[in-house]
Write a protein that binds this ligand. Structure first.
Ligand SMILES: [Zn+2]
Length: 160
């Protein structure tokens, strides 16, 4: 198999971000002043927005994939697990053992990696080429679980 990892640079993206004033972030945090109830519908919309951000062409590595990999209670990993996962270990965490979950915190996490096989690369590149500009507003389309859409939310519009 070809070594695909050589071409992988997470900073090389499928497209340039069209918004010059876009924030460049590695995480989004919300501290609520008092505990809040989040409805299933609100939670679903929040997840969709995060998925949309993740799958935007300017947030997808050109030679790899980026996806929303986990949604749920925030895991607290042991120091051994954190090292294994390539995360900064929490000095207050136990040295090893099963992760614990903080049920007060809704946690989203994305993963990104290089293409692992030429077949995967071919499939993803074909899929990306199939996505053109939105027929309603001419913005670039990107893939969501419910099909191609644009940043204005025109769902499933035919590609040009
Ligand atoms: Zn549109």
């Amino acid at each position: 198999m070809d070594d695909l990892s050589e071409a992988y640079d997470p900073n090389q993206r499928v497209a340039e971000c069209p918004d010059e004033d876009a924030s460049n972030l590695s995480r989004i945090e919300v501290d609520f002043a008092i505990p809040v109830y989040v409805t299933r519908e609100q939670s679903r919309r929040l997840g969709n927005l995060i998925e949309e951000i993740t799958k935007s062409p300017w947030n997808e590595p050109k030679e790899g994939v980026h996806w929303l990999a986990s949604v749920g209670s925030k895991p607290k990993f042991s120091q051994a697990d954190a090292l294994f996962l390539g995360k900064a270990p929490d000095p207050n965490a136990p040295l090893d053992g099963e992760p614990e979950f903080d049920h007060d915190v809704l946690h989203f996490e994305t993963f990104a990696r290089e293409f692992v096989a030429t077949r995967e690369r071919d499939r993803v590149l074909r899929q990306r080429e199939g996505l053109g500009l939105c027929s309603d507003c001419n913005e670039p389309q990107f893939m969501t679980p419910s099909g191609p859409t644009c940043k204005n939310g025109h769902g499933g519009a035919p590609t040009k």
